[in-house]
Design a protein around this ligand. Structure first.
Ligand code: FMN
Length: 365
């Protein structure tokens, strides 16, 4: 199969990429006290040198004291952490790469008593969604306003440091997704009810980012049907519901939707082979990123539980890209095992690609 579609340049507003590959965001615990050091810069620089078109950082915590459950996750606030990120983005740029930070708040997923501020309660739309099933206070309207402003500050700092855009982590049942999902959002105000109303928190964040950063700063929103408590959960069951969900977000100013699936080849709705990114592109007319087990024969949750993943061919991916189903493809574990995965694929050196083994997790913690 021709690899041309994977290596066509991509343009969206002020973002120009040399090819269609994206490094998927992957949490790492290598930033003591939230400060990303030279080792973090080296890790991303290696992937930029390996030919990746756009790097999305590991989830990086916004400036809210209950955002994180691990002091080794990087912060995206404070002079020292931001200086660390400046060093990272400069290293990626020097290697010819492009990079966006992924802004992250764990919401109710953060277990009580964990993280840099163990005494503070976790926050979430309705106090629901904790892994241990405990129920906390819902966020007040003042807290919602405050957190919206904190996300916007994170995006503003990303712009100031020279990043090529910013990604909001709105997937996998973390804070933003806790607003999207009806199981974790039982509020009785403007932030809940219909699927469109459940986007309101994120819509306000997107608008606030647009206000702080202007219209040209590329803004990506990652979303998923699946939740970490329930891999079969769905935010939307058909294209009409998907349109109700995505339209307010698109109108507010999301430039690119990053559609998280565990296996990119799985169709989203019956009667069509389009995947989540395919439908999202069809409905919004905006560019999309797909993801999920590219180049590997097992999905990532099994890898996290101890199974290795062998190398798989990318014919289906190439065919979908050739058909223009989605614009960009994110690659996770294959880039941990092969920092130069993109250059190897470009050179046709498929037999040199390595499988993802448990040893590759050394890159993560
Ligand atoms: C170790 C690890 C950490 C991850 N951390 C994040 C994260 O911080 N933010 C996020 O949106 N997704 C995260 N993911 C999901 C990945 O971005 C990606 O969607 C998933 O690994 C599927 O891609 P792959 O099959 O190519 O690995 C993580 C995945 C892995 C394996």
């Amino acid at each position: 199969m021709s690899i041309d579609a994977l290596f066509a340049p991509f343009h969206c507003g002020s973002l120009s990429l040399p090819n269609r590959t994206v490094m998927a965001p992957m949490t790492r615990g290598f930033s003591p006290n939230g400060i990303p050091g030279q080792n973090v810069a080296d890790y991303y620089r290696k992937r930029a040198e390996g030919g990746v078109g756009l790097i999305i950082s590991e989830g990086t915590i916004i400036d809210h004291p209950a955002g994180s459950d691990n002091s080794n996750y990087p912060s995206f606030f404070g002079e020292e952490a931001l200086a660390g990120w400046k060093n990272v983005v400069d290293a990626v740029h020097a290697a010819g790469g492009k990079m966006m930070p992924q802004l992250w708040h764990l919401g109710a997923i953060r277990p009580p008593g964990k993280g840099p501020h163990p005494d503070l309660p976790s926050i979430s739309p309705s106090g629901l969604g904790a892994r241990d099933g405990s129920v906390l206070d819902p966020m007040s309207l003042e807290e919602i306003d405050e957190v919206v402003g904190i996300y916007a500050q994170g995006a503003f700092d990303a712009q100031r440091l020279g990043f090529d855009g910013v990604e909001l982590h709105g997937a996998h049942s973390y804070l933003i997704d806790q607003f999207f999902w009806k199981e974790t959002n039982h509020r009785d105000d403007q932030y809940a009810g219909s699927i469109a109303a459940r986007t309101e928190f994120c819509v306000e964040i997107v608008r606030a980012i647009r206000q702080r950063c202007g219209e040209d700063f590329p803004l990506v929103l990652r979303w998923s049907q699946w939740k970490q408590q329930d891999y079969h959960a769905r935010l939307v069951d058909n294209p009409d519901e998907m349109a109700e969900f995505l339209q307010p977000l698109s109108d507010a100013g999301v430039d690119i939707f990053h559609c998280s699936q565990r296996r990119f080849w799985e169709p989203e709705f019956e009667g069509s082979s389009l995947n989540l990114a395919g439908w999202t592109r069809e409905i919004t007319g905006k560019p999309t990123i797909s993801v999920g087990s590219v180049g590997l024969d097992a999905e990532f949750i099994s890898s996290m539980k101890g199974a290795d993943a062998g190398v798989a061919n990318i014919d289906d991916l190439l065919e979908r890209m050739e058909n223009d189903e989605f614009d960009l493809i994110a690659i996770g574990r294959a880039l941990l095992a092969n920092p130069d995965w993109v250059n190897k694929v470009r050179a046709g050196e498929f037999e040199q690609l390595k499988p993802f083994t448990q040893a590759d997790k050394d890159e993560l913690r």
